[in-house]
Design a binder for this molecule. Sequence first.
Ligand SMILES: Cc1cc2nc3c(=O)[nH]c(=O)nc-3n(C[C@H](O)[C@H](O)[C@H](O)COP(=O)(O)OP(=O)(O)OC[C@H]3O[C@@H](n4cnc5c(N)ncnc54)[C@H](O)[C@@H]3O)c2cc1C
Length: 305
Amino acid sequence: MMAARHHTLLRGKLHHDEPMARHVSWRVGGPARTFYEPADIDDLVTFLQQLPAEEPLLWLGLGSNMLVRDGGIPGTVIATSGALMDLVEVAALRVRAGAGVACNKVARFCAGLNLVGGEFLAGIPGTMGGALAMNAGAFGGETWPLVRRVETIDRHGLRRWREPGDFQAAYREVHGPAGEWFIAVELQLQAGDGAASLARVKALLERRNQTQPIGLPSCGSVFRNPPGDHAARLIEACGLKGLCRGGACVSTKHANFIINNGDATAADMEALIAQVAETVERVHGIRLHREVHIVGDAVKGGSSS
Ligand SMILES: Cc1cc2nc3c(=O)[nH]c(=O)nc-3n(C[C@H](O)[C@H](O)[C@H](O)COP(=O)(O)OP(=O)(O)OC[C@H]3O[C@@H](n4cnc5c(N)ncnc54)[C@H](O)[C@@H]3O)c2cc1C
């Protein structure tokens, strides 16, 4: 247990048994044994330096791509949103953003400086840390092509600047040095008409919002699109729109979204995800791969297979 090891030095907020349903866009999931909201980067370093070596760690942005199982997180969750919030133009055409900054804010900040290339971030309802971890993208833009360098931290609180070459970024998938998490990024942008560019993305977003169940608890697209096709098309062609397991339902508006109708459990979500994947594979012979990350234990104190 973490207990009270030098906790007087910490300036952030430490919670025990914090319901994760409060922190993820699907609004389901059991409690995190320990949940830490650092005050700032120095406080995060202090927290990590005191952390027992065996304590499991999970990094959380805005929880917009995460399914937390009902048994919760048997370890410590670090919440970056609300901390790691710096956002500055560090040099010409270069912006530094902390991992906790909302992507939408970065998009607007860049546009305000007449920098273009990052406006697609307006379509990602997560943090910059989450966008780096997922290689988030929208409207033809993706996170990693903009990255000039990233700052990471390890579980001992050691900070490092790393180059894009240290990471392999693919479609909604990123691999990099083990045991390091993102605390900041420097984005390389281009000069242009920021306002016009952001207005174009906003028009695209409005159109997208007509075809997606925005406003209902979801995690966006559950599955990645297979090469040359769309997961939503494959799911819809199986007649799965509107299919429910408990309080989890395949959206009637967009078949690659699963909605929490209010009383869903994470087990409902996971069962429905599995059923959709199995049906698509049986009908189309295509194995869909999940975009959403599933974390935690199925039952409290259980295993996280
Ligand atoms: C309505 C809706 C629409 C969406 N549309 C899109 C879209 O158009 N394009 C798209 O790409 N995605 C989309 N998403 C999915 C989601 O917003 C993105 O994947 C986003 O990048 C996740 O960011 P987050 O901060 O919420 O991450 P979280 O959900 O909090 O975390 C996601 C993963 O990243 C890891 N992580 C988070 N922060 C860090 C960090 N600092 N360092 C290392 N790892 C970290 C987490 O541990 C987890 O594994 C949508 C989601 C919703 C709800």
